[in-house]
Design a protein around this ligand. Structure first.
Ligand code: LP5
Ligand code: MN
Length: 272
């Protein structure tokens, strides 16, 4: 089902003041309200450099934004919310919670690595989970948000796999297994994914142009933001008679970055 999500009190209600906690970071003087979009951080205790970059982003950049949107694959792999017991996961959740308590709204969407993020995670962080696909009214511009994997329609094996693991019965069966078993299965699946990707043609792992056009048409928007493909870009295209734009977010493996949007439009910012 396609739904247009109006986020209560979100940036789609620009007239409403952003709530600020007692220790909230003051906005840069004269700065216009901004929303930041990130995805594909693939956070894991095993990649400390990428984690440090993310914690720096949370300390130095995120507090001045009015909203942060995480569009999937925030974690390397999420096997269920009981994984919050892991010290690294708990540290990340606490850092997000601190950001929210400073008055920054936080929205999270599932990716293909972390589609099992659930209510315990949102409670621990103060984030709101966005249903994919979702249209937000971003400074008066309806904007379609996706993780991006659904656009890769030429990757037939992956789409079949996606249907399996997004099935609620399959997920209930998986979550009923002991945590160490789930962790081991996810590890196995990650290495399987890397193996099969090495044999896939790069173009089938990109967004299919027809799927992109259909998404614009179906949702009646002129702007789309997604991640997943690790091919950061600003695509301008005509859809029927309408000028549209598609922003693709960068991954955070080697450097990272984010998309910043305000009334004036959007722009990609890359981190060192
Ligand atoms: O993630 P990335 O960038 O490497 O590749 C994706 C697609 N791969 C995946 C798999 C994830 O990487 C692994 C997610 C682990 C965390 C989930 C935990 C909860 C579920 C655990 C289930 C055991 O999404 C990859 C795409 C690529 O993007 C580009 O779009 O090509 O697709 C695949 O690798 C899928 C394969 O093509 C087909 C999968 C065959 C495996 C079949 C095993 C099914 C049984 C699983 C039960 C153990
Ligand atoms: Mn992905």
């Amino acid at each position: 089902m396609i739904e247009r999500v109006d986020i209560p009190g979100g940036p789609n209600n620009p007239g409403e003041p952003t709530p600020k906690g007692p220790d909230s970071a003051p906005r840069r003087r004269g700065a216009r309200p901004e929303s930041l979009f990130i995805s594909d951080l693939h956070l894991t205790a095993e990649r400390p450099a990428a984690n440090a970059r993310f914690f720096r982003f949370l300390d130095e950049i995120a507090p001045a934004a009015e909203a942060i949107y995480i569009l999937g694959d925030f974690f390397e792999a999420w096997v269920g919310d009981d994984a919050l017991a892991d010290p690294f996961h708990a540290q990340v959740a606490a850092a997000l919670h601190q950001l929210v308590s400073r008055g920054v709204r936080l929205f999270v969407m599932h990716g293909n690595r972390d589609f099992l993020l659930g209510e315990d995670f949102t409670r621990a962080t103060g984030a709101s989970l966005l249903t994919e696909p979702c249209v937000v009214n971003l400074y008066d511009q309806p904007t379609l948000l996706l993780h991006g994997d659904v656009l890769c329609t030429d990757d037939l094996d992956y789409q079949q796999f996606r249907r399996l693991v997004r099935d609620p019965d399959w997920q209930a069966g998986f979550l009923a297994r002991p945590l160490p078993e789930r962790v081991a299965l996810a590890r196995e699946l990650r290495s399987r994914s890397e193996q099969v990707k090495a044999d896939k043609r790069p173009e089938i792992m990109d967004a299919n142009p027809e799927a992109v056009l259909n998404a614009f048409r179906q949702h009646g928007v002129r702007r789309m933001i997604h991640g997943h493909t690790h091919r950061p870009a600003h695509h301008r295209l005509m859809v029927d008679d309408r000028a549209c734009e598609r922003w693709v977010l960068p991954d955070w493996y080697d450097s990272g970055g984010y998309l910043v949007c305000s009334e004036a439009g959007c722009g990609l910012v890359y981190l060192d």
